[in-house]
Write a protein that binds this ligand. Structure first.
Ligand SMILES: Nc1ncnc2c1ncn2[C@@H]1O[C@H](COP(=O)(O)OP(=O)(O)OP(=O)(O)O)[C@@H](O)[C@H]1O
Ligand SMILES: O=C(O)[C@H](O)CO
Length: 486
């Protein structure tokens, strides 16, 4: 294994996370003038004179967003409630106006998060005309704001969402259902906060940054058709086993309320794009030529692993002179990677030559899905790195003279219900396993990627960062390095 490439990959990933640290994003986007009591965000001014300011927040990144807001607005904040992941690092509040509550262990809603969601509901429900509600949102917000609609219990809801996720439902499908069975999601928090003015600052962790889906859009108008949630449940064949409580809520179409569009504003302050931009800069520092190929990668990890390997094969065929520039472009166009855009980059620079001569770092961002069929422990990033290694192994003899490494990791530092952010795969991983009699197929089929990476080479390929306190989806890095012959 090339230790220098492993450390380069970790460093590039680290820089992509640092760029989206919430405290930096808040510092960059808000400005409060105490004398005038004027808040400026994204060029808009909010007069807070004669207003009481309340802050609520939920998500993996909101702790440091809230701390920064506290530093900026100080005693102007009358009260705040922030719902943060279990295991978040300790923090001593600047003053006592904001309370931080931990919950949702392993990113699953629990009674602690439910208690906090109840407190948030009570707070926003009492707001009046001269109140100003600042909402801080980030990925993981759905699990940290669980308040199932009566008579649904938390267990009913948890079971359904788990089954949907394990059947391969993507985040938009999950949140389509969450919005309908919750008391605060799907715009209902903003509705309950009326007549107060509502301003929401968002760190996006969904491809394309759709306001009404991030953390299940508690302050965005729910534009879904009323039957959409049931359609998702039927698509994954879960309707038959649906508890009566959920059925009764979903089949009741008496839930639609007017959304106070004029009194609510949602602003995105950070997203995956900032992360891939930072990865680009770091890759350059480390002497790679970077190409950002997409910020909207989605799809099943098994299919994506094949597309990524095909991408590598095409590039290496070109590097070796087996295909010409036209064939390169034509072949790249056949790849099914959402948002994939190498051709555009190639036309704008002297790309052909660069591809031939430089060590490349291909950078992608997004969020994949796994159809979990096994009983093992893992996450989509660890599974993807392992599956990439398996697929690329079959082409080893075509890819000689190059070092190929692949890192996939979640910017939140937590991949599925594990304590790893992700993992690294590489061209010879499977050969090395065969030499050591390790049955990789078994780990892949049992969705046990976490245990594979924990045991293999003493965990050297595991990417473990702990909670990063931010979340802008996942980063995928492919390194193609020309081998130096001694
Ligand atoms: N054993 C496993 N192997 C592979 N993937 C798994 C396994 N167990 C769960 N998953 C996948 O992990 C995903 C959940 O991951 P995670 O907890 O990181 O959620 P998330 O989507 O990042 O949450 P959020 O968007 O709230 O941050 C699900 O898509 C699920 O399919
Ligand atoms: O919390 C959630 O719903 C997901 O992280 C997507 O925003």
């Amino acid at each position: 294994m090339a230790k220098n490439i492993l450390s380069d990959l970790r460093q590039i990933f680290k820089s992509s996370v640092s760029a989206v640290l919430p405290e930096n994003l808040i510092r960059k986007s808000i400005c409060y003038n105490c004398n005038e009591q004027q808040l400026t965000i994204a060029g808009q001014h909010y007069n807070l004179k004669d207003k009481n300011v309340y802050v609520v927040g939920f998500g993996k990144a909101v702790k440091n967003m809230a701390i920064e807001v506290e530093k900026s607005l100080g005693s102007k904040i009358k009260q705040g409630i922030i719902s943060i992941p279990f295991g978040s690092s300790d923090y001593k509040p600047i003053n006592d106006s904001i309370a931080y509550w931990q919950g949702a262990e392993n990113n699953l809603p629990d009674s602690k998060a439910l208690e906090t969601a109840t407190k948030i509901k009570e707070l926003v429900t009492k707001l009046k005309h001269d109140d100003f509600l600042l909402v801080l949102l980030s990925g993981g917000g759905s699990a940290l704001l669980p308040l199932p609609k009566y008579p649904i219990t938390l267990d009913d809801k948890l079971n359904l969402i788990k089954k949907l996720a394990n059947s391969g439902a993507d985040i938009k499908e999950l949140n389509t259902v969450r919005k309908r069975i919750s008391d605060l999601k799907g715009g209902q928090l903003a509705i309950l906060a009326q007549p107060a003015q509502v301003l929401t600052l968002i760190l996006s962790d969904i491809v394309g940054d759709p306001l009404d889906f991030i953390a299940s859009g508690p302050t965005s108008k729910n534009e879904d058709h009323p039957s959409e949630a049931l359609n998702v449940i039927k698509k994954y064949k879960l309707y038959k086993d649906l508890p009566k409580s959920i059925r009764s809520v979903l089949e009741d179409d008496n839930h639609l309320k007017m959304f106070p569009l004029d009194n609510v504003q949602n602003i995105i302050i950070g997203s995956n794009k900032l992360s891939t931009e930072a990865a680009t800069k770091e890759a350059v520092k480390l002497n790679y030529f970077p190409f950002v190929l997409s910020n909207i990668v989605t799809g099943n990890v098994t299919d994506l692993a094949k597309e990524y390997v095909e991408l590598v094969r095409i590039i290496i065929a070109f590097k070796k002179g087996n295909i010409n520039a036209d064939e390169l472009k034509r072949s790249l166009n056949t790849l099914a990677i959402p948002g994939f855009d190498l051709n555009k980059t190639l036309y704008s620079i002297d790309g052909d030559d660069i591809i031939k001569t430089k060590d490349l770092c291909l950078i992608l961002g997004g969020e994949t899905t796994v159809e979990v069929k096994g009983e093992g422990k893992g996450g989509r990033n660890q599974q993807l790195s392992l599956e990439f290694s398996k697929v690329i192994h079959d082409f080893s003899n075509q890819l000689t003279n190059h070092e190929i490494y692949f890192l996939s990791a979640g910017t939140d530092g937590i991949d599925g219900p594990t304590d790893a952010a992700g993992a690294i795969g590489y061209l010879q991983l499977i050969s090395n396993c065969l030499e050591s009699n390790i049955d990789v197929d078994n780990y892949i089929e049992n969705n046990d990627s976490y245990n594979f990476y924990r045991r293999f080479q003493n965990g050297e390929l595991h990417v473990i960062t702990g909670h990063t306190d931010t979340n802008v989806m996942d980063i995928h890095l492919i390194i193609i390095k020309n081998k130096i012959h001694k």
